[in-house]
Design a protein around this ligand. Structure first.
Ligand code: CMC
Length: 390
């Protein structure tokens, strides 16, 4: 069987060759297809960034127009899916619903095809429909009528409109809100071989359909150590706020090795410096709240917590800095997204990355099924004992 290297959590194991996303955790660098994320956040749209990740280069005008048309054409969802949503127990977590729904898409749209064109349609369908489904689940949770996608709106505007437009109060699309959502999604669009992406690749390696692979990614993202951290941050900030605003106490708790609590929104497997995404989202957060004239006490608590943590020797020694989730929840709150949908927002942003990584693995002529080994620590051979003798 040969020599097996043990690497729990795959800290030092490269699982694939990839040309999609570059990260330098020491210097705090993140680039999609070579382009710094800062430039994309400043100049690109989410749609264009999705195209870049999936196709390897920025689209020209004709390609972008065609991509927009394809997204628009695929943005409706089968009305039978509505029944599916309505039958989930009311208290279901939106991430559980989303994962199940994406898996169910395989049954609603069974023809996946094998040609490049057919695979492109499946990828576009996912990008277009998951956004509609997320807004739909929100409307159903509120008991409101669904709002359909509109061809005259951008990808981000459409989502906001489907979420918040009502017959009694038409949704006013504000450019600073669209900008915040656009940047939030661009920053989340890919992050090389993180837990959910590795799940997409691993499940995909068994040659399941794209929907099933993405559904596995959504399930992994749900976890509080991964995408679920944006929800955990707001819950933690709310706790600190309602219990008197003692930030130092939260920092002390996070350092206590007898307490499983860790400061959500801090630390990262790869970044040993400030997460470049956190820098951008922090700025967006300040600008959004200022332009909307919102004064959120949770932002003050977040700022104070950050200041205390960054000066604390434990956080310094452990290279613990804010990650993307630390300020993103405050942005989502200002936009009006309910807390239990924060991780769904992360999933919508990560979709292009998952799709691009799945596509890259399927294009690999040496694509192998993922099958790690282990170091066995159980019993050596022992005999079966009949029930009466145990
Ligand atoms: N608060 C307190 N201590 C921490 C934290 C934290 N947030 N993060 C790591 N540590 C400590 C940890 O206890 C360990 O200490 P020691 O070496 O003394 O035992 C050391 O730092 C290294 O931690 P680790 O668990 O070995 O690091 P990891 O790479 O396995 O975990 C992490 C990375 C992100 C899961 C972890 O930092 C964490 O749990 N952070 C809080 C959850 C969070 O914000 N997750 C979002 C990550 S960014 C969004 C995404 O891409 O998913």
């Amino acid at each position: 069987t040969g020599f097996i290297t043990l690497d729990p959590g795959y800290v030092n194991t490269g699982s694939c060759l990839s040309a999609i996303t570059f990260m330098d955790g020491e210097k705090g660098i993140l680039r999609y297809r070579g382009i710094p994320v800062e430039q994309l956040a400043e100049h690109s749209t989410f749609k264009e960034t999705a195209y870049l990740l999936i196709n390897g280069r920025l689209p020209n005008r004709t390609e972008l127009t065609q991509f927009s048309i394809n997204l628009n054409d695929n943005s409706l969802v089968h009305t039978d899916l509505k029944v599916f949503f309505q039958n989930f127990p009311r208290a279901s977590h939106p991430m559980g619903i989303l994962s199940a729904m994406v898996n169910a898409l395989r049954s609603f749209y069974p023809s996946l095809g094998t040609s490049e064109e057919e695979i492109n349609i499946t990828m576009t369908r996912l990008l277009a429909k998951v956004r509609t489904m997320a807004a739909m689940s929100y409307k159903i949770s509120r008991g409101h009528e669904l709002v359909l996608p509109r061809p005259d709106l951008t990808y981000c505007e459409n989502f906001l409109n489907m979420m918040f437009d009502t017959p009694v109060k038409p949704y006013e699309i504000k450019k600073e809100v669209v900008r915040a959502l656009r940047v939030f999604w661009i920053l989340h669009a890919d992050h090389e071989q993180n837990c959910s992406t590795s799940s997409v690749r691993m499940v995909g390696s068994a040659r399941v359909n794209l929907y099933a692979a993405i559904s596995a990614g959504i399930a992994a993202l749900w976890g509080p150590l991964h995408g679920g951290a944006n929800q955990a941050v707001i819950e933690m900030l709310t706790d600190v706020h309602t219990s008197g605003g003692n930030c130092r106490k939260a920092v002390e708790r996070a350092k206590d090795k007898n307490d499983p609590f860790r400061l959500p929104g801090f630390g990262h497997r790869v970044y040993k410096t400030y997460d470049p995404r956190a820098k951008i989202i922090k700025k967006i957060c300040d600008e959004l709240l200022e332009s909307m004239q919102i004064s959120d006490p949770l932002l003050d608590i977040a700022r104070e917590l950050e200041e205390i943590a960054l000066k604390d020797p434990y956080f310094i020694d452990h290279n613990l800095y804010p990650n993307v989730d630390f300020y993103s929840g405050i942005v989502l709150r200002a936009i009006g997204i309910p807390t239990n949908m924060f991780t769904v927002m992360f999933a919508l942003g990560r979709l292009p990355g998952w799709i691009a990584q799945w596509k890259e693995s399927t294009d690999d002529p040496h694509w192998k099924i993922s099958r790690p080994r282990q170091i066995y620590t159980g019993n050596q051979q022992c005999d079966y004992i009949p029930l009466h003798a145990r």
